[in-house]
Unconditional design. Structure first.
Length: 87
């Protein structure tokens, strides 16, 4: 598996895999309790984003929010953004 520097921290890798990441995330507002984080997590592993603990997976989700791939509202609801983060 690849380290985050070579995946989420790499612009060319991120451009190639942006839609794959977005496809793992809910497209409509979804409450955190209704999101299957293991499904998302293992989908991320399949495309090369390595995480080894639950806290690392949470940190990756925070990173996806900071990158602009996830929107969050009312603290507990998230959805994927339907446009490219590259404009």
């Amino acid at each position: 598996m690849k380290h985050l520097k070579s995946t989420l921290g790499n612009e060319s890798w991120l451009r190639e895999n942006e839609s794959k990441i977005r496809d793992l995330l809910p497209g409509v507002w979804t409450h955190a309790h209704n999101i299957n984080m293991l499904k998302i997590g293992f989908g991320l592993k399949l495309i090369g984003i390595d995480w080894r603990s639950q806290i690392e997976l949470v940190n990756i989700m925070v990173m996806l929010e900071k990158l602009g791939m996830i929107l969050r509202r009312n603290t507990y609801q998230i959805r994927a953004i339907n446009r490219s983060i590259f404009g």
